[in-house]
Design a protein around this ligand. Structure first.
Ligand code: IPE
Ligand code: IPE
Ligand code: MG
Length: 253
C-alpha cells in the first residue's frame, strides 16, 4: 500500500490540502449500468469509502469530509433510504477498530437527531471512543444540507441577540462560521465531486467560498486511491489567488 505513494515523486506530501471534502456521487448509475439494484451501488460505494479514508490517513490529510446523505436524500424511495441507513450503521460499527488503530476521530455534520435511533447510538459510541484521536478527522455529512446549516446558525445567533448575549454589531464572518456544524475545522481547500455532475447540491456553500473544485467523471464505486493521488497532484498545480494578484502574474510594476 505504502510503496505506490513512495514511488510517486510528484505528489508533494508537504503541500497537501488540510481539508478535502468529497461529494460521493454515482452509486445508482454504477448499479444501473450493471442492471443491478441501486442498493448494490451503495454497497460497493461503502467499500470505496473505506479505501479512501485509509488513503487520506496515509497521505497525512488533516480533515476528510464525506457527503454521505443530504437533507434532500430523505425524499428518495423508502427502501433506498432504509438500505442507506443500514449500510451507514454497518460502516460505523465495522470501521470502529480501524479508526481507533489509525488514530482517526469521527465527527458528524448535519442533523444527527434525524437519523434512526440505532444509527445514532452507534455513531455516539464511535465518536466517544475516538474523541481523543488526533491524526485525522473523518467528518461524515449525514442528513446534511448547507441551507439548513446556515438557517440553524441564524436561528442560534438571533436567539443570543434576543437574550441580550449578543449585539447586532457582534455579527461577523467569524461569528457565523462559529455557529456552523464545521465550527472547529478549516474550510475545505479542495472539493471533489465524482460522477461528472457540475453542482454542489447544497454542500458546504458558506465554507466553499475559496475551495478548489475538481469534478471527476468516475462513478464513486470505481473511485480509487490512484485517482485520488492524481487529483491531489492537480490541486498542487493550482494558483490559489483568493482575489489577489500573485507575484508571477503581476506585470504592472
Ligand atoms: C450517491 O450516489 C449516494 C447518495 C446520494 C446517498 P447516488 O445514489 O446519488 O447515485 P446516482 O447519482 O443516482 O448515480
Ligand atoms: C449529493 O448527491 C448528495 C450526496 C452525495 C450525499 P445527489 O445525488 O443527492 O445530488 P443531485 O440530486 O444529483 O444534485
Ligand atoms: Mg446522485
Amino acid at each position: 500500500m505504502k510503496s505506490d505513494l513512495k514511488k510517486d515523486v510528484t505528489l508533494n506530501l508537504k503541500a497537501l490540502p488540510s481539508h478535502v471534502a468529497i461529494i460521493m456521487d454515482g452509486n445508482g448509475r454504477w448499479a444501473k449500468k450493471r442492471l443491478m439494484n441501486r442498493v448494490k451501488g451503495h454497497e460497493k460505494g461503502s467499500k470505496t469509502v473505506r479505501s479512501i479514508v485509509a488513503a487520506a490517513r496515509e497521505f497525512g490529510i488533516g480533515t476528510l469530509t464525506l457527503y454521505a446523505f443530504s437533507t434532500e436524500n430523505w425524499a428518495r424511495p423508502k427502501p433506498e433510504v432504509k438500505a442507506l441507513m443500514m449500510l451507514l450503521k454497518r460502516f460505523i460499527v465495522s470501521e470502529r477498530q480501524e479508526l481507533l488503530k489509525n488514530n482517526i476521530r469521527l465527527n458528524i455534520i448535519g442533523q444527527k437527531k434525524r437519523l434512526p435511533p440505532d444509527v445514532q447510538k452507534e455513531i455516539d459510541t464511535t465518536m466517544a471512543l475516538t474523541r481523543n484521536n488526533n491524526q485525522m478527522v473523518l467528518n461524515l455529512a449525514l442528513s446534511y444540507g448547507s441551507r439548513e446549516e446556515i438557517t440553524a446558525a441564524v436561528r442560534k445567533i438571533a436567539g443570543k441577540i434576543e437574550s441580550k448575549d449578543l449585539n447586532c454589531d457582534d455579527i461577523t464572518q467569524d461569528l457565523i462560521s462559529a455557529h456552523l456544524y464545521t465550527h472547529a475545522m478549516p474550510d475545505p481547500d479542495l472539493i471533489i465531486r465524482t460522477s461528472g455532475e457540475y453542482r454542489l447540491s447544497n454542500f458546504l456553500l458558506w465554507q466553499a467560498a475559496y475551495s478548489e473544485i475538481y469534478i471527476s467523471d468516475t462513478l464513486w464505486p470505481d473511485f480509487s486511491k490512484s485517482e485520488f493521488i492524481e487529483i491531489l497532484k492537480n490541486f498542487q498545480k493550482r494558483d490559489r489567488r483568493f482575489g489577489k494578484v500573485t507575484c508571477n502574474t503581476s506585470n504592472d510594476g
